[in-house]
Design a protein around this ligand. Structure first.
Ligand code: AMP
Length: 212
């Protein structure tokens, strides 16, 4: 069985991928993890990937696709895998489809963890930091007793530039799955949308049910 996991940043995709891999025995293939491993080991691929990753940009398709195809050519991926962070666009999706078709397989399910944009901005952008002591707060999950003031030391709270709503929205637009990619899987009948605005356990249960 081959599964693709799709979701915007803040949807809990990484956490769910680990839970599903543990519960289903499916091999977990994360291109983000593979790139980070290469960066850590300072390989040629890692050095190249880092220049893109540091800017929040995608690594070029040809590099990413060849890394992924090499990975699924190994024996432990013969029976199936769950792809996390791949594909990011239609070009990558087609390359994966072709590689699987060449061995008589296909993507069986594309699971989209759906969370509304406003909710993602609230999740990703609600962080406030104390200017004086560095204490962290989250507007909704862990708010200070009095907005704008640190509980611990009374210092002023501020938002980091990259946590400001406008910046978070821009990051979301850059990193959420493009509509054409979702449509690619909808058209082939394998897409399942899972409501990601529920508890972690409820989302895991729905994902496992969709895998069947
Ligand atoms: P992730 O952990 O999936 O958020 O990936 C971290 C970073 O690795 C991304 O911001 C990209 O720079 C790069 N990356 C991961 N997967 C891909 C992919 N399928 N295509 C291009 N770049 C990717």
């Amino acid at each position: 069985m081959f599964i693709v996991l799709l979701g915007p940043p803040g949807a809990g995709k990484g956490t769910q991928a680990q839970r599903i891999a543990a519960a289903s025995q499916l091999l977990h293939v994360s291109t983000g993890d593979m790139f980070r491993e290469n960066v850590k080991n300072e390989t040629g691929l890692g050095k190249l990937a880092k220049t893109y990753m540091d800017r929040g940009d995608l690594v070029p398709d040809e590099v990413t696709i060849s890394m992924l195809l090499e990975r699924i050519g190994r024996p432990d991926a013969a029976a199936g895998a769950m792809f996390d962070g791949f594909p990011r666009n239609v070009v990558q999706a087609r390359a994966l489809d072709d590689a699987l078709a060449a061995r008589g397989s296909r993507i069986d399910r594309a699971l989209l963890i759906a969370v509304a944009d406003a909710e993602l901005v609230a999740r990703l952008g609600g962080r406030w930091i104390c200017r004086n002591c560095g204490a962290l707060y989250h507007e909704r999950n862990d708010p200070p007793k009095q907005a704008g003031t640190c509980d611990r030391c009374g210092g002023d709270l501020y938002q980091r530039d990259d946590d400001l709503p406008a910046v978070v929205s821009a990051r979301l637009e850059k990193q959420k799955p493009p509509e054409a990619l979702i449509e690619h899987y909808r058209a082939s009948g394998v897409l399942r949308e899972i409501d990601g605005e529920r508890s972690l356990d409820a989302v895991t249960a729905s994902l496992l049910e969709a895998i069947g």
